[in-house]
Design a protein around this ligand. Structure first.
Ligand SMILES: NC(=O)c1ccc[n+]([C@@H]2O[C@H](COP(=O)([O-])OP(=O)(O)OC[C@H]3O[C@@H](n4cnc5c(N)ncnc54)[C@H](O)[C@@H]3O)[C@@H](O)[C@H]2O)c1
Length: 305
């Protein structure tokens, strides 16, 4: 099969592309190599992949001979208040609408990377897909807008789309703005880590290889038009995760406490009944196991410099 992966030079997109290649598929990667974080990291992620430089907000996506699109390209990060919103609107809403239209025209399935951020501080935990979305960050609002755009294209133009709501992916190559990446970097370099809030905020952390399995399975046998939570394995507070990383690394973290960041929810925890039933998927990697892999990767890179 021949798949397009948007955001292929990013954290999750590069892992997904590698998994598809390893399974014998053709992969056409697409990425604008935006400067949200160090572009050299994206170039490193893209090594060994065929990644074309395309800005989905303006460039056309060519889908002749393609079996489906994994749409992961976009602007991530919940710290999205202020004028930076223009970037979120552009790289999420404007770009995704163009992807959905191109896929509807070509008659190919899109698996869209949405986010647990669309729930905000949810009404219920664990949170099922039918809970009312109440995002508290501009980022979450653009992701929810993308979901609605996908549904509008499904309704109006027959787009075959599966929406996945990712819950905090982690592992090697995690985006450098994400908490675990900043913690392992601080531990490896012996610098300080800025913790936002009291550290008792909790997340359903999802190991990237587990998440990639769910993404591939959603393309193969997800129900068209359906929305699935993709998350779990481990729920932990930031303080629990820090303790595990100190344990795994044998080092202690120099922690500097900062006020809670606006847009950060208190808790995420997915109800995974639907994804387990339809995709036969559940996360299997334990938090200590996954954090060990992320620590080893980061420590080796620092040591190699
Ligand atoms: N990492 C997580 O835990 C998480 C959680 C929920 C949702 N998501 C979503 O999953 C997707 C991948 O996340 P990630 O953590 O790998 O982020 P990432 O930033 O590492 O990857 C996204 C990639 O998209 C590219 N991109 C941005 N705008 C583009 C445009 N206009 N045209 C083409 N490419 C563009 C960027 O250059 C980047 O390489 C994103 O859509 C994100 O919102 C991620």
């Amino acid at each position: 099969m021949r798949w397009v992966v948007t955001g292929a030079a990013g954290f999750i997109g590069s892992h997904l592309s590698e998994a598809l290649l390893a399974a014998g598929h053709d992969v056409v990667g697409v990425d604008a190599f935006t400067d949200y974080y160090d572009v050299a990291l994206k170039e490193e992620n893209a090594r060994g992949l065929d990644v074309r430089r395309l800005d989905l907000a303006v460039d056309d996506l060519e889908l002749d001979g393609v079996d489906g699109v994994f749409h992961l390209g976009g602007q991530p990060g919940v710290r999205s208040f202020g004028d930076v919103f223009d970037v979120y609107a552009r790289n999420n809403l404007v770009a995704s609408r163009r992807v959905f239209e191109a896929a509807a025209r070509a008659g190919v399935r899109v698996v869209f990377a949405s986010s647990s951020s669309i729930y905000g501080d949810a009404e219920r935990y664990p949170t099922a897909e039918d809970v009312e979305p109440r995002p508290i960050s501009p980022y979450g609002i653009t992701k929810l807008g993308c979901e609605h755009l996908a549904r509008a294209y499904a309704q109006g133009f027959g787009l075959d789309v599966v929406v996945l709501r990712f819950f905090t992916f982690y592992g090697p190559r995690q985006r450098p703005d994400m908490a675990f990446a900043r913690i392992v970097d601080a531990l490896a370099r012996d610098t300080s880590f800025e913790l936002y809030g009291d550290g008792l905020q909790s997340r359903a952390f999802t190991y990237v290889a587990d998440g990639v399995e769910a993404i591939v399975t959603a393309m193969e046998r997800g129900r068209g038009g359906e929305t699935y939570n993709v998350g779990g394995g481990s729920e932990a507070t930031m303080r629990d995760a820090i303790a595990t990383l100190e344990d795994v690394s044998g080092r202690s973290l120099d922690l500097v406490q900062r006020p809670a960041a606006k847009g950060d929810v208190r808790r995420t925890a997915p109800d995974t009944a639907r994804v387990e039933r339809d995709l036969g998927w559940r996360a299997t990697t334990s938090l200590p196991g996954g954090l060990k892999a992320q620590w080893d990767w980061a420590a080796n890179r620092v040591a190699a410099r």
